[in-house]
Design a protein around this ligand. Structure first.
Ligand code: OGA
Ligand code: NI
Length: 330
């Protein structure tokens, strides 16, 4: 597991695509799907999550079983941490690795944030050194929230597997079952007067399998579909489900790895809490044999997850180089 959005953040190392897409128009004709998980017809839920995964690669879920109060506690703890003086936040600063706290206000305008990144599960990969001890409830709240997110992730994997005609455990197993890694990134985007540009998180797809994200009430997250950007409407207590590169690869392209970005707000602080679910570095991941055949040959190479990451990061570096050599597109 790496913090994929924390490599060299100078704009030349980011996907150049983000710049080309920055001014495409916002869609209004369709909306990112919202799926109610409390309906009694599970077959209906299966169909809805599969459809959303095929068409969008992103959806929101409501009535998902994570207590609203716990979500609020998570948000309060995160906000309290970022409100601390810089010196105190640096108690959990990154030290050359990918876990810990970092400020990114200097490395170009595309990625402008402060963030905290640390692993949550399985227990053998947790490094509490990077978990804040202030506010004091941080650990307990985060651990409790993680339990619920794991349960919800397993449910979603189960429905998606079933919708693909596979055993319920298929997708979960394809990323290593209990060895799959969960990590939290708290993104803190300060207000910016330049928020019409993509300041916040530059356009990207997530490298792992899936991410479950909770935002604060300030909108900013956008998803790309049919050559347009769509705003995700803020829904109180909803969880945003974002499919990453590995679910696309495992399903041989049937599910989308949604391209998404986050804008900061002109006046208000925006905060988001994605939890990323990814295979271990040494897990081999590629299209499931059950989902490929003579009429549907594998579209993706089977790779160790760490080799996939290396390739993707090298790809960014190359794109960055191309964008430096090419004249500006507009
Ligand atoms: C991410 C991400 C979006 C957001 O951290 O990978 O896509 O809303 N964040 O902050
Ligand atoms: Ni993302």
């Amino acid at each position: 597991m790496v913090d994929e959005r924390d490599h060299d953040t100078s704009s030349s190392s980011l996907p150049s695509l983000s710049n080309h897409l920055a001014d495409t128009t916002l869609g209004g004709s369709a909306d990112v799907p919202v799926i109610d998980l409390s309906v009694s017809d599970e077959g209906f839920i299966v169909r809805e999550v599969v459809k959303a995964s095929e068409e969008w690669g992103v959806f929101q879920v409501v009535n998902h079983g994570i207590p609203t109060e716990l979500m609020q506690q998570l948000q309060v703890a995160g906000k309290q941490f970022f409100d601390l003086p810089e010196k105190e936040k640096e108690a959990v600063a990154k030290e050359g690795g990918f876990e810990g706290y970092k400020r990114n206000y200097l490395g170009g305008i595309d990625n402008w944030d402060e963030h905290l990144f640390h692993r949550l599960s399985p227990p053998s990969v947790i490094n509490y050194k990077y978990w804040p001890t202030n506010p004091p409830q941080y650990r307990e709240v985060t651990e409790e929230y993680t339990k619920h997110v794991k349960r919800l992730t397993e449910k979603i994997f189960g429905w998606l597997s079933e919708g693909l005609g596979l055993p319920r455990v298929a997708l979960s197993q394809s990323i290593g079952g209990d060895t799959a890694e969960y990590a939290l990134r708290i993104n803190f985007y300060p207000p910016s007067q330049h928020s019409e540009l993509t300041i916040g998180a530059a356009a990207h797809s997530d490298m792992g399998a899936i991410a479950l994200l909770v935002p604060n009430e300030v909108p900013g997250l956008q998803a790309f579909k049919d050559e347009q950007w769509f705003d995700l409407n803020y829904i109180d207590s909803a969880v945003v489900v974002i499919l990453g590169d590995q679910l696309m690869r495992i399903t041989n392209g049937r599910f989308k790895n949604v391209f998404h970005r986050a804008k900061s707000d002109r006046e208000r602080v925006r905060i988001s809490w994605p939890i990323f679910v990814a295979p271990r570095d040494d897990m081999s991941v590629g299209p499931l044999p059950e989902l490929t055949g003579d009429d549907n040959p594998p579209k993706f190479e089977t790779l160790l997850y760490k080799d996939y990451i290396d390739k993707k990061i090298k790809g960014w570096a190359l794109e960055g180089l191309h964008s430096l050599l090419k004249p500006p597109q507009n």
